[in-house]
Ligand binder design. Structure first.
Ligand code: AHR
Length: 490
């Protein structure tokens, strides 16, 4: 029996809802076909956006969407994506499959998508191949409510009022596809570009996000914080879970037990990465004003056979759901520093929450994890401790987080990473009398997945294996599962 203690007297940090964000790039079938099909498509749409996908994202409570890249962002010139669609410039998407990008999805379409979903916008600007003027004008175009060349242009293009832009990324992976810069060079570029990312509306300040490290590049974090920390609101972190190596990443649906554990072990490394980057950031920012923004995370498997290698299309199984549960619990636990995260990516690319095939759409096991965790959004992280075995060098069998909603309900999400062993837990909630507990579960064989032949093989369902005790609850958590408990107190 594992002991699980939750302490409502220990209120640690607010869990920003934006931790539950996704990323959507002009890559493969993420934007085109995945969300945007155009008004004339036979696929049911509202102003060109797929109804099924928008509904699903709303239902999962998607709080924030990142766009247009990724590597694409540093070769994107936003003025190519405004004005009458028929006259928009066409370009080759050199990073992703060498296909023609016709710019039919641009700034207006992105904000229309966010409006339909009801989520915040996170736009990334071009540092690698764009100018300070171009970036500055984009922010003016999106956010200025007054008379100016860019505000007037936006009005001419049909949007009288500016949009709410919550986050703006000053470049992406500028250590790599965004210009191959050194940390010192980028830090100075960030200061220069960010100076002209003007704040036009004090009540709706745009948060400026600097390009952060690749995985464990702690020097990058150190240099950025030392040279530019005071000018940023957030520093990004990218870390992908690759089971094999970048040459042979491994398949999404075919893997051995050993590969299952390797994948999870590598994914759990996120915890160490956040702790160490946080420690570096804390040297310069002890009050944790600057957020760590994990704006690309998730599994990166080999592409599905027969698909364009540049489109990064992969299936999604229960193993991916376990990865999602691990990472979301880790982000919750570090919510004093992690203020936003965006899984890569939303649809048809990497660890997606939905896949489409023509007019069909399916929800992946990862989607259901986001839905289960939705109750943590904007709740307060509580101190918690769960005894558990180690299954690898650092991978625990059980990984949990607990929070308190505004109405006092306790939310706890527990992931059982074991392939074979269930876990009995006895939970005690300090100084509490418990009225009742309800639970939901996502579980199965790690290879289980939804396909276009069987779209409902995996989904979350009510879990009747939890029983309230006087001061908590007890439950037996099946192998390879993610469980959410909602505890009502007297
Ligand atoms: O998500 C796919 C790519 O991975 C992004 O474009 C880039 O930022 C990262 O290397």
């Amino acid at each position: 029996m594992e002991k699980y203690l939750i302490n409502p007297n220990q209120k640690l940090s607010a869990i920003s809802r934006d931790i539950y964000g996704t990323f959507s790039e002009h890559l493969g079938r993420c934007i085109y076909e995945g969300v945007f099909v155009g008004e004339d498509s036979p696929i049911p749409n509202v102003n060109g956006m797929r109804k099924d996908v928008v509904e699903a994202l709303k239902e999962a409570g998607l709080p924030v969407l990142r766009w247009p890249g990724g590597c694409f962002a540093d070769e994107y010139h936003w003025k190519d994506g405004i004005g009458p669609r028929a006259s928009r410039k066409k370009m080759i998407n050199t990073h992703w499959g060498g296909v023609i990008e016709d710019n039919s999805f641009g700034t207006h379409e992105f904000f229309e998508l966010c409006r339909q979903i009801g989520c915040e916008a996170y736009v990334t600007g071009n540092v690698g191949s764009g100018s300070v003027q171009e970036m500055s004008e984009w922010v003016e175009y999106m956010t200025f409510d007054g008379v100016s060349p860019m505000a007037d242009l936006r009005k001419e293009n049909g949007s009288e009022k500016p949009w709410k832009l919550k986050y703006f990324g000053v470049g992406n992976e500028n250590w790599g596809c965004g210009g191959s810069m050194s940390a010192e060079f980028y830090a100075d570029q960030f200061r220069r570009y960010a100076t002209y990312v003007r704040i036009y509306d004090r009540k709706n300040r745009v948060m400026k996000i600097a390009c952060g490290p690749n995985g464990s590049d702690y020097n990058w974090t150190d240099v950025l914080m030392a040279r530019a920390g005071r000018m940023m609101d957030g520093l990004s972190l990218h870390y992908y879970t690759v089971t094999g190596d970048w040459g042979h990443k491994g398949k999404a649906l075919e893997f051995t037990d050993e590969e299952y554990y390797t994948c999870l072990e590598k994914s759990y490394y996120m915890d160490e990465l956040i702790r160490c980057h946080d420690a570096v950031m804390t040297r310069y920012d002890p009050k944790k004003r600057v957020g760590l923004i994990v704006d690309e995370w998730g599994t990166w498997h080999d592409v599905e056979e027969g698909t364009n290698p540049g489109f990064l299309y992969q299936q999604n199984a229960m193993r991916d759901a376990i990865v999602a549960g691990l990472n979301l619990n880790i982000f919750n636990k570090h919510s004093d520093r992690v203020k936003m995260a965006n899984i890569a990516q939303t649809i048809n690319v990497l660890q997606s929450v939905a896949l489409t095939d023509g007019e069909q759409m399916l929800l992946t096991p990862t989607y259901y994890v986001f839905k289960l965790f939705r109750d943590h959004q904007d709740s307060t992280l509580l101190g918690s401790y769960l005894t558990t075995k180690k299954l690898g060098e650092r991978l625990p069998q059980l990984v949990e987080s607990a929070s308190e909603k505004e109405d006092g309900t306790i939310v706890s999400t527990v992931v059982n990473t074991s392939l074979t062993e269930s876990a009995e837990i006895l939970c005690q909630i300090a100084d509490s009398k418990v009225k009742g507990v309800t639970a939901e579960i996502l579980s199965g064989d790690p290879h289980d997945h939804n396909s276009f032949e069987n779209k409902n093989a995996v989904f979350s369902k009510p879990f009747d294996g939890a029983e309230a005790t006087a001061d908590g609850f007890k439950a037996t958590i099946p192998p390879c599962s993610v469980v959410k408990f909602l505890v009502e107190r007297a």
